[in-house]
Ligand binder design. Structure first.
Ligand SMILES: NC(=O)c1ccc[n+]([C@@H]2O[C@H](COP(=O)([O-])OP(=O)(O)OC[C@H]3O[C@@H](n4cnc5c(N)ncnc54)[C@H](OP(=O)(O)O)[C@@H]3O)[C@@H](O)[C@H]2O)c1
Length: 315
């Protein structure tokens, strides 16, 4: 069930008040804002004993998210498209970081990654669906527009393979990297009648709307469990995501340390434990389009995604 904004704020405030009473030192936590870094947002957290999956750790926000969560003691399973790039990224983390190969554009690779992660045989305290692309031209995977496949469908399939491990954790969390750009998705939202991308543009915005709707529907499905699902926009962050389109970030874009702050906080902070079904930016609920709040579209996206990857779903 979607929480309205006020209720979310009340819940968050209630959680914060409870934490202030229960966690030594919590009340001294400074107010977090757009300038807060991931290290600051997780200062004092002891994540030893937790296992957190982060997709896309070779670059940008994912690399910083892995670095900081491992620094705080979590075992981070970091995914990368090749064994070499994953090993190189994980070797830079201070703490325990283990690479797993995952190409979200290849459903067989997603299944293999799911198996590799399950082989650790531990509950998953968080899954951060971070990896993403911006493409400058129309590309397709099995006839489906590729940005949608990489940013949404691959993560949908991976999550389906890991969901029982997430709900087995004391308080498992799925954190999906979305974007405020979701509001620029094609009119009508997800293009269910033509996912080839041939008849519409705004491919990145479309995929980010899918990220938000997937997170929303997952939060509804997790109601009654200990697990939660939230979507987060990191804000304009100086990463490598525009590498394929030759654009540059505005001068006011934030650092990856800042872009990774709210994702890390949602994945690991006790203050975020009660938040479910939200779209966050800078540690607070963020404005979003009516499309991204559309529970019927979210439910349909789940069932259509299920149909698209049925051959790769777990039994
Ligand atoms: N940066 C921003 O301003 C901004 C704003 C809003 C939302 N976001 C979101 O934040 C997330 C992280 O982006 P970023 O800015 O950190 O971008 P980035 O620096 O380009 O990092 C993207 C990561 O995704 C991986 N990736 C790309 N294609 C993949 C595939 N087919 N399978 C598996 N992994 C793949 C990349 O691996 P390789 O190194 O192998 O390419 C890389 O590790 C994305 O979901 C993005 O949409 C970013």
């Amino acid at each position: 069930m979607t929480l309205d904004l006020n209720r979310r704020r009340l819940l968050q405030a209630g959680t914060l008040a409870a934490m202030a009473a229960a966690v030594p030192g919590f009340a001294r936590t400074p107010a977090f804002d757009a300038t807060t870094t991931a290290e600051q947002a997780t200062a004092g957290l002891d994540l030893r004993g937790r296992t957190i999956v982060v997709t896309g750790v070779t670059s940008g926000i994912g690399r910083e998210t892995m670095r900081v969560l491992a620094l705080r003691g979590a075992h981070v399973i970091g995914t990368a498209r090749s064994r070499e790039s994953g090993e190189a990224a994980c070797a830079q983390a201070e703490g325990r970081a283990t690479p797993v190969v995952l190409d979200l554009a290849d459903f067989d690779s997603v299944v293999a990654a799911g198996k590799a992660i399950r082989a650790f045989d531990v509950p998953l305290d968080a899954l951060v669906c971070n990896a993403g692309v911006v493409l400058d031209d129309l590309q397709q995977v099995r006839g489906i527009e590729k940005t949608f496949v990489v940013n949404h469908l691959g993560h949908y399939l991976l999550t389906r393979h890991l969901l029982d491990r997430i709900t087995a954790a004391p308080q498992g969390r799925v954190v999906v990297l979305g974007s405020a750009d979701e509001r620029n998705a094609p009119p009508g939202g997800i293009q269910f009648d033509d996912l080839s991308g041939a008849s519409w543009e705004a491919r990145y915005a479309h995929s980010k709307l899918a990220n938000g709707l997937f997170s929303l529907e997952l939060s509804r499905r997790l109601a009654g469990t200990r697990a939660t699902s939230n979507c987060v926009t990191p804000g304009h962050t100086r990463s490598n995501i525009l590498r394929n389109v030759g654009n540059r970030y505005r001068d006011d874009a934030r650092s990856v340390a800042q872009g990774a702050a709210t994702p890390c906080w949602l994945a690991a902070s006790p203050a975020a434990a009660g938040i479910n079904g939200a779209f966050y930016r800078d540690f607070a609920p963020a404005p979003q389009s009516d499309m991204q709040r559309d529970t019927a579209m979210a439910a349909r996206l789940w069932s259509e995604s299920d149909a698209l990857v049925r051959a790769w779903l777990p039994d």
